[in-house]
Design a protein around this ligand. Sequence first.
Ligand code: SAM
Length: 206
Amino acid sequence: MSKKYFDEVAQEWDEMRNSFFSEAVREKAISIANVETGKIAADIGAGTGFITEGLIRKGLQVIVVDQSEMMLSEMKKKFINVREIDYRVGEADKLPIPNETVDYSFANMYLHHVETPPKAIREMVRILKPGGKLVITDLDVHNFEFLKEEHHDRWMGFKREDIGRWFREVGLKKVIVDCAGESCCAQSNSGSEHAEISIFVALGEK
Ligand SMILES: C[S@@+](CC[C@H](N)C(=O)[O-])C[C@H]1O[C@@H](n2cnc3c(N)ncnc32)[C@H](O)[C@@H]1O
């Protein structure tokens, strides 16, 4: 379970995240969705609000979901005066959001932590209104075992063709899986391994 890990690293997450990848990932995710001001988005596996921060700047309301109370409580400290965020503790397989509620579902670096990725995708699509968009940014396939051991990754990235197939299997249309134009970089604790893994962005419309 990665919940314990994320509860433990919550206070350091922003710094860690910054060393792994930059704001370019968020810009790519938000721009590919062509988000409109005033709409409602979900940020699933929101952590401390990396994606949410960009969405708020664009004038959206955001429902954030995460399994880790500690990540969400760090996020609340950062967005103390922001009324547009609705915080919900919840699990991938049963998101605490009713059917057809949001215009966009975003998930950054979340899918490689969940037990059953196609099931998590189905849940993110369930909460989308008809015409809503799903945007996932995550890691391409890699072979850095230390990320499993040290960062509790469950999946060693994904093949883009699997992501595209899972999107189409849940009925999404206009599916695109492309380069996010950024890599995730991490150093193993021993210092002997350095991972540099390309990041994909996937988009589909309900
Ligand atoms: C690598 S962090 C990414 C956080 C944030 N999206 C970002 O880009 O900084 C993954 C997040 O997904 C959450 N998460 C992992 N598995 C989950 C699950 N099964 N259900 C809900 N949240 C989950 C973790 O608690 C963590 O906050």
